[in-house]
Design a protein around this ligand. Structure first.
Ligand code: GLY
Length: 342
């Protein structure tokens, strides 16, 4: 695989490679404080061992809070971290979201970078400079747009991921294919779950293609005033499902949200039924149950309170083909009518 390094406007490098090797090259010569979680410390201690300062947080979406961020701020003060300190987030999307938020706010901002250890982090969460925490169960309600200096995506670390976590990342990679890379979609569509799980060359290619599309979009629209909204495909309902179901993880909820978006696109006359069926079949074949366990009425309630709802309307991302999509502004009433027609 050629060219394993991409960047966002020359400011944020995203490298697919061996974490220890890349860190030796990318870390600045200064004090580094690593922020990680107990799973990484147990399964990949070698990544944290070189650092004298390591702050560990808990695991799971429930730790992604202002309270956790404040506890890290306090720990940084206690350890005497200053404005020259570099923060290194090592973990999946939850660790990197929190570490990026802490780095963006500690002393009004210090330099930071990530080692992204999960498929979901590699293909979406850790790349692109969105950092933040949830508030009272509302996803990513408080946060910043601020680019890490680098993100190292090390696919060898996926070996210790449970199947369920790995699968969750495939939902985001499939989303990226639907948004703008038909070949990425086809590569996933043509592979079995077992092949993706075990064939490093295949997953490297999927990570690289996902990162290529995401860095290009973020480079053109970092703060989500336009094109970046496309990266939210499947997330309007995905976030609502994740919030209301309490059993589905982010990727599983996004898988169900993708199918809702595809069906809405068919109803709106934007997407051929055959393309919608390909999306559904691929999700099912990968092992997702892409049917929301939460009634639509409850999801619509959650969508109304989503941070992306503005003035009684919502921007809904709808696929128009495998490899393209468009963003439509819909009143919440129109969204409700569309949802009822499914
Ligand atoms: N996860 C969507 C984005 O980074 O814009």
């Amino acid at each position: 695989m050629e060219n394993r390094e991409l960047d966002i406007d020359g400011r944020s490098r995203v490298v697919v490679g061996d974490a220890q090797h890349e860190l030796a090259r990318l870390l600045p010569e200064c004090r580094v404080v690593a922020i990680s979680d107990g799973n990484i410390d147990r399964c990949h201690h070698e990544l944290l061992a070189p650092f004298a300062d390591v702050i560990l947080i808990g695991t799971g979406e429930t730790v992604k809070t202002l309270e956790t961020a404040a506890s890290i701020h306090r720990e940084l003060i206690r350890r005497g971290a200053d404005r020259a300190t570099f923060l290194l987030g090592v973990g999946g999307g939850i660790v990197t979201d929190i570490a990026g938020f802490v780095a963006s706010t500690y002393m009004r901002g210090v330099r930071f970078g990530f080692v992204s250890t999960t498929l979901l982090g590699n293909v979406d969460a850790s790349v692109g400079g969105k950092n933040g925490v949830n508030v009272d169960g509302f996803k990513n309600m408080v946060g910043t747009f601020n680019q890490p200096q680098f993100v190292v995506c090390d696919t060898s670390l996926f070996a210790t991921l449970p199947d369920r976590e790995f699968r969750a990342g495939l939902a985001e990679a499939l989303k990226t294919g639907i948004i703008g890379d038909a070949e990425l979609f086809e590569r996933i569509e043509r592979s079995t779950f077992a092949e993706l799980r075990t064939r490093r060359d295949r997953i490297d290619e999927i990570v690289m293609r996902s990162v290529r599309l995401k860095t290009a979009i973020v480079g053109r629209d970092e703060c989500e005033h336009g094109e970046r909204r496309k990266l939210n495909l499947g997330h309007t309902f995905g976030h609502a499902i994740e919030k209301c179901s309490r059993t589905m993880n982010h990727g599983e909820a996004v898988a169900a949200g993708l199918l809702i978006a595809a069906r809405m696109a068919v109803r709106s006359g934007l997407l051929a039924q055959a393309a919608c069926s390909r999306i559904e079949d691929t999700l099912v074949r990968l092992g997702f149950d892409p049917v929301s366990p939460v009634p639509m009425s409850q999801l619509l309630e959650a969508v109304r309170s989503d941070k992306k709802a503005e003035d009684g309307s919502i921007r809904l991302v709808l696929p128009t083909a495998i490899g393209s999509c468009e963003v439509r502004r819909l009143s919440l009433d129109a969204l409700e009518r569309l949802a009822e027609s499914l």
